[in-house]
Design a protein around this ligand. Sequence first.
Ligand code: NAD
Length: 345
Amino acid sequence: MSIKVAINGFGTIGKRVADAVDAQDDMEIVGVTKTGPSFGCGLAEKKGFPLYCTFDDADRISSFAESGYECQGGLSDLLAIADVVIDCAPGKMGADNLAKYKAAGIKHIFQGGEKHALTGQSYTSSANHADNLGVDGARVVSCNTTGLSRTLVPLYEHCGSLKVECTMIRRAADPGDSKKGPINAIAPVLKVPSHHGPDVMTVKPEIEINSLAVAVPTTIMHVHAIVADLPDGHGLTTESVLEMWRNTPRVIIMSGAGDRITTTAEVMEMARDIGRKWGDLHEIFVWEDGVKLNGNRLYYFQAIHQESDVIPENVDCIRAMMNTEADWRASVAKTDAAISAYYGL
Ligand code: NAD
């Protein structure tokens, strides 16, 4: 039986999650919402995703037809025909939407712009898939937290303990966003430590982690500079850490010097070559020559494509919540193979 998925908020994340769900053979998109007529409605129609209004009031619903788009109804109509809703609204709108999902009695997945406390349950595929089996609500953590989890969880699982300090060098805005900055400054996050590192503990509480963050004038990726202290007797070398990550799903290791990928610009150019829509890079990118283990202290850099690393995680989270795949590695393999086939890769 196919899992019926609704997408509430068809923006940067919503349109990507919709494609990733559409790629799978065990789930289908039954509708996506827009707040009103805009170019995103055209994309939904082109994809054949039924279009609904984010709200239930008649005036808003009829405004779609006035602009030439076919709207099937309001959010309540969509929630009534779905098994699970993926909330892709802008951050901090979760509380209002959660009340609607609870009233409709539907399972719900929020994104990283919401706090852990909203659902009391957070998710990344590699860290805590099993904890989310059958739950009614969860939050797929942010792009940064997802990126930290991808490389830190396998390290933690090898070592049994881990203390981490990291600096998040964050993109100022998404490429399609004209409202945010800075455009000519470096803006430190003056809430110290920043929320990014500690957010990892919502999916892997055993990892002791803190972070600082700065926003810089770029739109294409975040970079993390990470220092991890491993326990005595860890038995690892720089090369074996790299080998561990090479065997970790959704992590790419490439060399700055050898592959001539020395900045995020080349990383994103390489991502466009892969051929996923929007030039997405679902994997976390680690520079091989930026990794060094000195005694118990591991240093590394990684780059995060903020708009897309969380996309396949939403698919895995659906399977966890619907209790259709208990093994996270099996879900990840299924999700990623289906996405590759969808784009003919
Ligand atoms: P976005 O602004 O690109 O898209 C949000 C969409 O939701 C828009 O189409 C908007 O019209 C619609 N919307 C507005 N009000 C709504 C409501 N009340 N209910 C439902 N939809 C509504 O935002 P985004 O970047 O896609 O972010 C969505 C979520 O994903 C946020 O929690 C964000 O923090 C998180 N996230 C974003 C990124 C990123 O880089 N963009 C990465 C990871 C996680």
